[in-house]
Design a protein around this ligand. Structure first.
Ligand code: NAD
Ligand code: UGA
Length: 481
């Protein structure tokens, strides 16, 4: 085995060019010009988009990302589909692939599907030469590092007594970036967490971060604490949102105002003011998946009460989304059949093109089920993505030509032009807090809407007075006043 103590990291390979792998390696490359970063993915289209000359075509929309890609790509940052050569020549390999919830088999609906992580471990075992530090960047169930280690050590083909067998260290280094603020989060992290036992490997990974993160912010733990801390952080953040949304419902019934309640509790230092904004329910690829994973692990380790406690956070989120759909129907005289409704925002939050688990998906589906005609606007999300999200599991063949069609085909349309969505709309529903929605000209919008016209603001972004002055009715989340 090669001596690690005096080795420097020259080349890093990151498997997975998604929302985490891409921006993370872009920032690493900017901060460490002396190291080469190679981001690899099996998805050819994604790699092509990362290599696109036109920076507007990068596969991920993230403020500030394009400038950094322009600066580093081709210098010390490379995107490719060639896993073999890039793994073989790397000193360190990050695993940053997706870890979705299992849809079938043992633990379906809760446990993480680790097939992509296992595939990565097998690829590293197959192609690595010499000593390789393998870093878990994906969010993983506790003790996954054990699985990765076993695969790395036992799944190597083609080595006999005369050839040099590669060796490995496994570290956990979960990512805490939030989409929409990824570049800032990566550049100024609250903390960097590194779990592991081999001091030299930990030192080598720390040496990358130390180039821009103060040492006091680089926390070292054992592997299992690091893996569990990531799931716990997401569970705590999501729990705050379910908590505030549950209180929003109570505000609406009692005459209280959720903004005032949030401010009142958030000024208590022990509670803190962040993550207390009531909205349409949390979305994003991770909160639900990671809590369900925690639920599964708790049950697996014989702790049903712990499992029930955390499952409540997800149940509250789902109830909250349906609650919003129901109250929209009630306010529009109990029927929305054939009524045109404008949906403002489809991304799960502002400043991202990601729609995974967006509250908009559930709420739009609920309204379509009630027979509404939707006109959906989002400044960044593509129509094709909305099509996929609304159609998921709902394709039908019940038409004359026996052609596969979407259940909701013809019931919704998309517009990139916000000015065009108000015509003949009975209601406008704000689901994402994009800046442009706070400066809508409600007087001119109201003139072309049906009357009574409604504005449903689930993000508390509109100027209430302006809406009321435009002769429109207004519902705001958590506003019981
Ligand atoms: P993603 O779906 O955007 O990207 C994952 C990429 O991995 C895909 O492009 C896929 O093609 C690729 N991939 C899968 N298997 C592969 C293989 N064997 N070889 C090469 N490429 C492969 O996922 P993401 O949002 O980047 O999330 C990745 C992990 O990071 C997840 O575990 C997630 O929980 C965690 N995480 C995500 C965020 C976030 O904001 N999205 C934040 C922190 C942590
Ligand atoms: C979240 C965490 O914030 C990150 O630390 C973590 O790394 C990431 O998950 C992950 O593991 O994937 P993200 O999902 O990108 O990041 O975005 P958040 O800002 O956390 O928002 C999640 C959802 O909660 C959004 O739908 C957002 O609108 C909602 N939210 C957030 C609220 O409704 N109210 C709030 O006060 C804050």
């Amino acid at each position: 085995m090669q001596e690690l103590n005096d080795r420097k990291i020259n080349k890093v390979c990151c498997i997975g060019a998604g929302y985490v792998g891409g921006p993370t390696m872009v920032v690493f490359a900017e901060k460490c010009p002396d190291i080469n970063f190679h981001v690899v993915d099996i998805n050819k289209d994604k790699i092509k988009a990362w290599n696109s000359e036109n920076l507007a075509k990068l596969p991920i929309y993230e403020p500030g990302l394009d400038k950094l890609v322009k600066k580093c790509r081709g210098r010390n940052l490379f995107f490719s589909t060639d896993l073999e050569i890039n793994i073989a020549t790397a000193d360190m390999v990050f695993i940053s692939v997706n870890t979705p919830t299992k849809t079938k088999g043992i633990g379906a609906g809760k446990a993480s599907n680790l097939m992509y992580v296992e595939a990565c471990a097998r690829q590293v075992a197959k192609y690595a030469k010499n000593h390789t530090i393998v870093v878990e960047k994906s969010t993983l169930p506790v003790r996954t590092a054990e699985v990765i280690k076993t695969i790395l050590e036992e799944a190597q083909d083609g080595f006999n007594e005369n050839s040099v067998k590669p060796t490995f260290d496994v570290l956990s280094n979960p990512e805490f970036l939030a989409e929409g603020s990824a570049i800032n989060d990566l550049s100024k992290p609250d903390r960097v967490l590194i779990g592991g036992s081999n001091k030299v490997a930990i030192k080598m990974l720390s040496s990358i971060y130390k180039k821009w993160v103060p040492e006091s912010k680089i926390l070292h733990t054992n592997l299992w604490s690091s893996e569990l801390a990531k799931l716990t952080a997401n569970a705590f953040l999501a729990q705050r949102i379910s908590s505030i949304n549950s209180i929003a419902a109570l505000c609406e019934s009692t005459g209280a105002d959720i903004k005032e309640v949030s401010r009142a509790i958030g000024t208590d230092n022990r509670i803190g003011s962040k993550f207390l904004e009531s909205g349409p329910g949390f979305g994003g690829s991770c909160f639900k998946k990671d809590i369900l994973n925690l639920v599964y692990l708790s049950s697996h380790f014989g702790l049903p009460e712990v499992a029930d406690f955390w499952e409540g956070v997800v149940k509250m989120n789902s109830w909250h989304q349906h609650r919003i759909s129901r109250l929209i129907v009630q306010k529009l005289f109990g029927t929305i059949s054939g009524k045109k409704i404008a949906i403002l925002g489809f991304a799960f939050k502002a400043n991202t093109n990601d729609t995974r688990e967006s509250a908009a998906i559930q709420i739009c589906r609920d309204l379509l089920e009630e027979g509404a005609n939707l006109i959906i606007h989002d400044p960044i999300v593509e129509k094709t993505q909305i099509e996929i999200d609304l159609d998921k599991n709902d394709l039908s063949t019940n038409n004359k030509e026996n052609k596969i069609i979407s259940k909701y085909e013809g019931s919704w349309d998309f517009s990139r032009n916000i000015g065009s969505v108000f015509l003949d709309a009975h209601a406008v529903i704000i689901l994402t807090e994009w800046d442009i929605y706070s400066s809508i000209d409600w007087i001119s919008s109201s003139k072309i809407m049906k009357k009574p016209g409604w504005v449903f603001d689930s993000r508390l972004v509109v100027d209430a007075e302006a809406v009321k002055n435009a002769n429109l009715k207004l519902w705001r989340i958590g506003d019981g006043t």
